[in-house]
Design a protein around this ligand. Structure first.
Ligand code: NAD
Ligand code: USQ
Length: 327
């Protein structure tokens, strides 16, 4: 297949691009490198040094992985439309969003940037596909965070909730009532609404994969060469909890549990992310079906049980800190 990977230079996008290329697909990475720019602005960087995108792609092609790269900003509609028309992909994978919840809550600039970037980007892709070829399958990496983190509606189903309307006694399925906990998560809720709208009006083929926190770092392809290594974020904004605990433990730094540590989260390994996307692409939704939503998690832990597990393994202390996040 010809596959465009928007956000293909990122933590999930790069290993997924390599994985899909290793299966014989032709991969077109479109990324404006904004994630690398945010690192420069925040004065931080991936713990594992990462090669620049041109070195990455050259090295991958040396392993017979067919990957091309263009510096494209998904928020520029005309450029996105032209690119999709030229590439004529079978499938588009959309990772190109600002993905840190705490970054999206830092201040006005970060909140507005997150909304403008994520909402406009997703809308541009939908609009461009609707004007190019409605058979292109759009696969988006959503988040379990759209559901919120409590169980007031019972076990969380794949995207849709069965309800009975009191006034009419009618039973129907509605999109699961969203309960975003950050501006970032709010943009994912808005993405979901745009998917439903474009699907209803233009019959577009869309898969939205709600994954939990993606942890881990390398895959079968990223370890082939140091230029293919994946990024590993450990800073306060982009470092996710398990990756942070592991890097803290290795240097003997007490584990930074925010608040009581009672926050419960779902986890999935980066290798499973790649496999899940492969499966979604190989099995597109039926024509005229609603947006396909799938929850993709392997394990659920609360932060304190995760900290205890790492603490026991590495013999390191746990430090309870005032929660710096509004959650
Ligand atoms: P990331 O920040 O490492 O990668 C995102 C990539 O998109 C970066 O390379 C960035 O430069 C690019 N990008 C951002 N805005 C762009 C724009 N306007 N135009 C072009 N490129 C742009 O993030 P990630 O962890 O790889 O996450 C990818 C997607 O997966 C996000 O949508 C995120 O919400 C979702 N997701 C991530 C996790 C996780 O734990 N990392 C969990 C669930 C869902
Ligand atoms: N936490 C700590 N200590 C730390 C870091 C985090 O206690 O040092 C806590 C946070 O307070 C939070 C929990 O760990 O309650 C998870 O935080 P996180 O940064 O690991 O993950 P989160 O903010 O939930 O976001 C990540 C990704 C995001 C993705 C989401 C999936 O950054 O892109 O959408 O996981 S989900 O959690 O299912 O919403």
């Amino acid at each position: 297949m010809r596959i465009i990977v928007f956000g293909g230079d990122g933590f999930c996008g790069w290993p997924t691009s390599l994985h899909l290329a290793s299966l014989g697909n032709e991969i077109f990475i479109a990324d404006n490198l904004s994630r690398r720019q945010i690192d420069l602005e925040m004065g931080t960087k991936s713990l594992v040094p990462i090669a620049d995108i041109y070195e990455r792609v050259d090295t991958a092609n040396g392993f017979n992985l067919n990957i091309k790269y263009e510096n494209i900003d998904v928020t520029n509609f005309d450029v996105v439309l032209e690119y999709i028309k030229n590439v004529r992909p079978d499938c588009i994978i959309h990772f190109a969003e600002q993905r840190s919840a705490p970054y999206s809550m830092l201040g006005n600039n970060e909140s507005c940037y997150t909304v403008n970037n994520n909402v406009t980007g997703t809308h541009n892709l939908l609009r461009a596909i609707s004007q190019t070829d409605k058979n292109i399958h759009l696969v988006h990496l959503g988040t379990m965070g759209v559901y919120g983190y409590d169980d007031k509606y019972g076990k969380i189903p794949d995207g849709y909730l069965d309800v009975t309307i009191d006034q009419t006694n009618e039973s129907l399925e509605i999109i699961f009532p969203p309960d975003p906990g950050s501006i970032y998560h709010l943009t994912k809720v808005l993405d979901q609404q745009m998917f439903a709208f474009y699907n209803k009006n233009w019959g577009m083929k869309i898969t939205d994969l709600h994954q939990g926190i993606v942890w881990g770092i390398q895959t079968k392809q990223t370890i082939l060469h140091k230029n293919l290594y994946n990024r590993f974020d450990y800073d306060g904004e982009y470092g996710t909890v398990l990756n942070r605990f592991i890097s803290q433990a290795i240097i003997g730094h007490p584990l930074t549990v925010y608040g009581t540590g009672g926050q419960s989260r779902a986890f999935i390994n980066i290798n499973d992310t790649c496999n899940a996307i492969e499966l979604a692409i190989k099995n597109p939704p039926e024509k005229n079906s609603r947006v396909r939503i799938m929850n993709q998690i392997s394990e659920v832990y609360n932060v304190i049980s995760l900290a205890k597990m790492v603490s026991k393994e590495f013999n390191v202390e746990i430090n309870f800190l005032d929660n710096p996040r509004k959650e």
